[in-house]
Structure formats: C-alpha cells, structure tokens
Design a protein around this ligand. Structure first.
Ligand code: ZN
Ligand code: ZN
Length: 285
C-alpha cells in the first residue's frame, strides 16, 4: 500500500455525499488504518456577494460558505462531536481536520486562531480557493472568464496568496497547489519562476504539500501539483502526502498508485508520515 491513511475528505452536511461513518467504514474495508475528515472552513464577510455564490445555492452546497465565525464554530463543534462518536463506536482512528481558506486580514486571523483553540483540530490543511481582486472575491472560474491582463494579475495574486498562507504558520500542509489548472490556467512555462518562488517559500516555512489525486482524469493526466512542481518540491526538500480529496466513498484512495509512480519519476521520496502530521499540530498549538 502506497499510504495507509487519507486526510483530505469531505462529508455530508458540507459538500460531500457520504456520512462520516460511511467514509470511515469504506476506508477500513480498503485497508486504511486511519481516515481524517477535512471539511471546508471558509469564512469571509463578503462571501454571499461573490459571483460563485448563486451557483453554490443552486448546487445545494452554499452551506460551506460562512460569513461569520460564530456560525461556523457552532457547525464545527457538532461535526467534531459526531466524528468523536463514530470513532469510538467503530474503534477506528477518525481524525478531525479542516480544509481552511486562508484570508490575509487581522480579523480573519483572530477568528481562525480562536477557532483552532476551541475546536482543537488534529491537523489543518491550507487552501486558496479564492483571491480578492478589484474588491471582489473571485475563484478560478472568475479567472478563466477574465481578459488576458486581468487573468495574469489574478494568477499572480493567487500565487502570492499561497506564499503568504505558507508563511502564516497556521497549516500542516497545503492543498492543491496549482489549483488554477482546474480551468487550464497557469500551466505554461512562463509560470515556472513564480512556482519556483513559491516552492522556496514553502521550503523555508517548513510546510508540507499534498499530492492531490482529484484531477487524475482522462483529460488531465496529472495530480495537483504538476510534475514540474513536484520536481521542484523534491529538490527543495519539501515533504508530500497523498490526498484523494474524496467527496464520496468511491473516491477514497483514488489514483494513489499512479501518483506514487509520478513522484518516483520526479525524484520525490520525502513523505509525511501520519505521526509527523499529528506531531506538527501538537507542537504548534
Ligand atoms: Zn479544495
Ligand atoms: Zn477538498
């Protein structure tokens, strides 16, 4: 087995399809020793005026977008209680994680630090699904719809935000590093230097990176991040962990073997163990 745990997963009540118990049972049947649940932790005061919000309402997942901290804390306390209950019932380690959108304001940082103090997550995945551009909260689809000049600036803003997230000291490892690839952006050679800067920042900050297999499809035969970035991570000594980003039981552990082969080719052989990930969280809080 390439890796006998999985930490980047989503469940019902957020934007996943299955319950915590169903995800854990499936992981156990597949031979995993532990599973971590990392639902979205997204708080931004203007989130409901973003272009993507109406799509989320229609899609039935708007509940993952919160505009204040008390609401998300209440939701997360109940969610973590459920995880603890299921973990005890099943006698299986089910870890309490979160996939957190980093926002670079004192208000957000205070709110998030308080959330960590009270919720005590086992690990925290850093993510940048959004950038603030010209006063609006934008995602990768907004980037794809922009004209060339704005698109380039938005991509620059994206990578700058990833670097600040890495430097924040708040995250155990970073999610889907080259996320704009989802809509085909940022893949050309001109982004190599920006990626290199970002990898250097990650190395200096001591943050790991996930190899997210959610993108291994017939049309995009690579994970997040790209082989180009995986090679840079290997040379810079940044450790990695495999993530399936499972929103359904059928996606647990998807393409881990293929991702391992790609890491071998790229010279990446520094893997975060589960113990290392849990120790990181204990040592920083
Ligand atoms: Zn994500
Ligand atoms: Zn995710």
């Amino acid at each position: 087995m390439v890796q006998d745990f999985t930490l980047h997963t989503h469940t019902a009540g957020f934007d996943g399809k299955n319950t915590v118990a169903e995800m854990a049972a499936c992981a156990r049947n597949m031979g995993f020793g532990a599973i971590g649940i990392s639902n979205h932790f997204i708080v931004h005061p203007n989130i409901r005026s973003a272009n993507f919000y109406p799509f989320a309402v229609r899609g039935g997942y708007a509940g993952i977008y919160q505009y204040n901290f008390p609401d998300i804390l209440e939701k997360y306390h109940a969610h973590y209680d459920e995880i603890n209950r299921v973990s005890m019932d099943m006698r299986m380690p089910i870890l309490r994680g979160m996939e957190v959108d980093f926002f670079d304001t004192p208000h957000w940082r205070n709110g998030f630090e308080y959330a960590v103090k009270t919720l005590k997550p086992d690990y925290v995945i850093g993510a940048c699904h959004f950038i603030e551009y010209k006063g609006k909260l934008c995602n990768v689809h907004d980037m794809a719809a922009a004209d060339h000049k704005d698109m380039q600036r938005m991509l620059d803003a994206y990578w700058a935000k990833v670097r600040r997230a890495a430097q924040s000291g708040l995250f155990t490892f970073m999610a889907h590093l080259d996320l704009p690839k989802k809509v085909g952006l940022g893949m050309s050679d001109e982004w190599r230097a920006t990626e290199y800067d970002t990898v250097s920042t990650l190395a200096h900050s001591g943050v790991g990176v996930e190899i997210n297999t959610g993108l291994f499809t017939d049309t995009c035969y690579q994970p997040y991040p790209s082989p180009r970035i995986i090679s840079m991570l290997a040379r810079a000594g940044v450790p990695v962990v495999f993530s399936d980003d499972a929103h359904h039981t059928s996606q647990i552990g998807r393409s881990f073997n293929r991702a391992k082969l790609m890491c071998d080719v790229c010279g990446q052989n520094d893997y975060l163990s589960l113990q290392k990930i849990l120790d990181f969280s204990k040592n920083t809080r």
